[in-house]
Design a protein around this ligand. Structure first.
Ligand SMILES: [Fe+2]
Length: 311
């Protein structure tokens, strides 16, 4: 069944950043960070020029071995397929897919095999980092070179994509640790091109007490490191199952909806949100500017049970 065909697009929080203090609605649905040039008119569409690279971030799919496996009443493989289909159809042609953890909820071989089949089918390069609901050995075995960490850099055009494993076995919250911080620092010294850092857990509070207890424990050290390296344009995470954006010292911290179940923002206790699944589009410009937006599957028929007390 083609879920995309039955759903309506819903772009959330459509904004453009004029400067660091002022936020205004944007007619083109893009959120622009830093000082981006105005879209060109006539000739090739801006997204078709070589100066714009498009990444699609899909996060927290929480797949299961069984195709009909559910998380809080949502059939996660079906919703992931629907979001992937939406992303490929609705965004400009993508240069790569990025998956930021909680890939397979039951940490099963078949779950990772299913993920690989779906991603291979796109014909696009894809990069995966682990979440707290993942098995790194199985990721390495079944996703091959797409499984990245603990600190990995991939060059895309004029940009560096930095993949940072923020997980520790047995912990729901994240911790980078001195070894990974040092490796990240070395990578940022060696590579001065504009960079986006992807990690699973959020490094700063999102103002939900229960979720913030599961953030990156040493997030302050990660932020201090990024503050010293001005080529860092964004830290992009999963884990929070909600849209989030906060400007720091010259870069953004961005959170992204899950492809299955959403958490309600700014809650002291665990709370399910009725928002539909979604993904984040990131457009990287040659001048170091970054545009991004979240797109959701409005009208997606399956919604989670809102009475759940946890997951
Ligand atoms: Fe998750």
């Amino acid at each position: 069944m083609n879920w995309f065909g039955n759903a309506h697009l819903h772009n959330c929080y459509i904004l453009v950043l004029i400067n660091k203090e002022q936020i205004m609605p944007a007619p083109n649905g893009l959120r622009t960070f830093d000082v981006a040039p105005s879209p060109t008119t006539g000739g090739a569409r801006p997204e078709q020029t070589a100066q714009r690279l498009t990444l699609l971030q899909l996060t927290d799919p929480h797949l299961f071995a069984e195709p009909d496996g559910q998380l809080l009443g949502v059939t996660t493989r079906r919703s992931f397929e629907a979001v992937l289909e939406l992303a490929l159809a609705h965004s400009p042609p993508a240069d790569a897919l990025v998956l930021t953890g909680d890939l397979v909820h039951d940490e099963s071989r078949e779950g990772y095999r299913a993920l690989r089949r779906l991603l291979d089918r796109t014909g696009l390069p894809y990069y995966c980092i682990p979440g707290n609901h993942d098995s790194q050995p199985l990721m390495e075995e079944l996703l091959g070179p797409a499984a990245l960490g603990p600190v990995a850099v991939r060059t895309l055009g004029d940009w560096n994509l930095v993949f940072l494993d923020s997980t520790e076995p047995g912990r729901e919250g994240g911790r980078i640790g001195q070894a990974r911080l040092a490796a990240l620092g070395d990578a940022l010294v060696a590579k001065r091109s504009p960079a986006v850092i992807f990690l699973h857990q959020h490094p700063i509070p999102v103002q939900s007490a229960w979720m913030d207890r599961l953030s990156v424990e040493d997030g302050d050290e990660l932020i201090a490191l990024c503050n010293r390296h001005h080529q860092v344009k964004a830290l992009v995470c999963g884990h929070v199952h909600q849209e989030f954006a906060q400007r720091l010292d010259g870069y953004w911290v961005l959170g992204t909806p899950s492809t299955c179940v959403q958490f309600e923002p700014r809650q002291s206790k665990f709370a399910i949100d009725a928002q539909p699944p979604g993904y984040r589009e990131l457009t990287l410009l040659a001048n170091g500017a970054l545009e991004t937006r979240v797109v959701r599957l409005d009208g997606y028929p399956e919604r989670p049970s809102r009475t759940a007390g946890g997951y």
